[in-house]
Design a protein. Structure first.
Lengths: 306, 250
């Protein structure tokens, strides 16, 4: 069953898209991840132009994060003030990211940049996740005791000026820190089509030292707004947001996430984290492989709109 | 007497030297709509040689060409840079048809001399983009990419003239065919000379919902962006509302 997508200007099998949305949704429900960093590469592997994949996925993440953000809001799991400061940085970051994106698009290097960014981030995160899983197991084998070092709230951040008080997080930090974090995540969201939770959450915990009960909610709150802004900027700059495709992916994702959450609850998702790490590394490897191997066709063609 | 008149009329109609020969054509569809269910469209072009039977011993040929709108295209070539395959500087090719399909009775150069083909712009080699000096590799690359996408289809020796008057050719517009105004031209050659020609217009356009979405994205990008955000927020909220378990939140 094929459907014609007006912005991507191609026909794609709807069942395949629903299945992809469902599969990534399942993993995100099971592990509590956003899934953008898996969905965008999958779309690219399917033949969707990378620029369309990134912009469309940003739109889908807005949709798939909003109910989670609302749920956290209802049980007051969001530091609104922190979220707003992060958003201010995110606004600048997503604008800058979208500008970089459309500049690289105009000189034909946007696909390369997307691939390189994915290889770098997926490689780093996949390796860290795998190491986190394997190292205690290795340590146990060799009979050493596992000591977890958790660095929190490094001292140097107190040297930054213009401190602001965040009551909900019990924090007094320089306003530039959350702005900077929001900015970086905004850039990543715009050029990679991700929510950026995989950078945001560790940054909030290890750099700012936010308490765990508001981290996920605040991150989701920021993701909804940043991906919405990314959607807007890409719509205006490159007209690459395919709303129809985003809705199809969302439909699959919603069902998948429900199933994933149930399975994860029963099966203790922690045991499968190594599997997720391997999956991330496989996607990273495939992206990198496509950059290194001689392509079947050296030429690429883009129609010039005047 | 009546019979005699009829016979004379018939003889006159058939006499090759008396009336100039030409061709008439028709196509199965003049308007093609790109809707959500569009997975490609077949198109039949058929016609006849009118103005008398073909002369025995003389060679008749037909070439049918369907072309899309001509646009400049940026062609980029990948080269190895520290191990990576990277796009290097692109070349702009002018006068590239978005779509080009050709069917003929024989190989083009057997039908007419190259000069005549060039004058009529028949064949991919005669298109403006393929004749830009120094860009031959890029033009060849573009043709390969377009052929791979099903947008360029050249089938010489793909058709026959039946009963010395009738001909037909099947074409296919793939799912990724761009919208625009298309021209279907049929050329009749006798002994290497063009003696008849027929042109038809085909319109391929996005229709219905797809058309609304596409034109909004192109013409009102700010509005489209806002709409995309609002749709996402509503859809996400609705999805969360439907699937949220009654007992606990999130």
């Amino acid at each position: 069953m094929s459907l014609y997508f007006p912005i991507a200007e191609m026909s794609l099998n709807v069942l395949l898209l629903l299945f992809m949305g469902g599969g990534v949704g399942f993993l995100s429900g099971m592990f509590g991840i956003g899934g953008g960093f898996l969905m965008t590469p999958l779309l690219i592997f399917t033949g969707v132009p990378p620029a369309v994949a990134v912009a469309t996925e940003a739109n889908q993440i807005t949709a798939s994060s909003v109910s989670g953000a609302l749920a956290h809001f209802r049980r007051s799991g969001i530091d609104i003030k922190m979220g707003l400061v992060l958003m201010a940085g995110g606004l600048g970051g997503s604008y800058a990211g979208a500008e970089i994106f459309s500049y690289l698009n105009s000189i034909g290097q946007v696909d390369l940049m997307i691939s390189l960014a994915y290889v770098f981030f997926l490689g780093t995160i996949g390796s860290l996740m795998l190491w986190e899983n394997v190292s205690p197991w290795l340590a146990r084998k060799s009979g050493r005791r596992v000591r977890r070092r958790r660095k929190r709230h490094p001292a140097w951040i107190h040297a930054w000026p213009h401190k602001m008080k965040f009551k909900k997080s019990h924090l007094v930090v320089s306003i530039y820190l959350p702005i900077l974090i929001g900015f970086v995540v905004g850039v990543l969201a715009a050029i990679m089509g991700v929510g950026g939770g995989f950078v945001m959450i560790p940054a909030l915990i290890y750099i700012l030292g936010m308490p765990g009960n508001v981290v996920v909610g605040t991150s989701l709150f920021q993701i909804v707004f940043v991906t919405a802004m990314v959607t807007f900027f890409h719509s205006v700059n490159t007209q690459t947001v395919d709303v129809v495709m985003a809705l199809v992916l969302l439909s699959g994702g919603v069902i998948g996430a429900q199933l994933g959450a149930r399975v994860g609850y029963k099966l203790k998702a922690e045991q499968f984290r190594a599997g997720l790490a391997v999956l991330v590394l496989v996607v990273c490897f495939k992206m990198g492989w496509d950059l290194f191997t001689t392509p079947a066709e050296l030429y690429s063609v883009i129609e010039v709109v005047r | 007497m009546k019979r005699l008149v009829f016979l004379i009329a018939l003889l006159m109609a058939l006499a090759p030297a008396v009336r100039a020969q030409d061709i008439v054509t028709d196509i199965s569809q003049y308007d093609i709509e790109l809707r959500h269910s569009f997975t490609g469209q077949e198109l039949l072009l058929f016609g006849a040689i009118k103005g008398g039977e073909t002369v025995a011993g003389e060679r008749y040929d037909i070439v049918i060409v369907i072309t899309g709108e001509e646009r400049p295209h940026m062609v980029r070539k990948k080269e190895r840079v520290i191990g990576f395959w990277v796009n290097t500087g692109g070349k702009l090719l002018e006068g590239v048809p978005e779509y080009y399909a050709l069917a003929s009775t024989r190989p083009l150069l057997a039908i007419a001399p190259e000069k005549e083909l060039a004058r009529l712009k028949i064949g991919l080699a005669q298109q403006d983009f393929a004749r830009q000096p120094g860009l031959e590799d890029y033009a060849a690359g573009l043709i390969r990419v377009k052929e791979g996408a099903g947008l360029y289809q050249v089938a010489t020796e793909a058709m026959e003239i039946q009963s010395e008057t009738l001909f037909r050719a099947d074409f296919f517009f793939p799912a990724n065919v761009p919208s625009g105004a298309y021209t279907a031209s049929a050329y009749l050659f006798r002994e290497g000379r063009l003696i008849g020609r027929s042109d038809k217009e085909i319109r391929i356009g996005k229709a219905g919902f797809e058309r609304v979405i596409y034109s909004l994205a192109q013409n009102q990008p700010h509005l489209y962006g806002l709409m995309a955000i609002i749709i996402a927020l509503l859809a996400g909220w609705l999805a969360g509302f439907i699937t949220r378990p009654k007992s606990k939140l999130g």
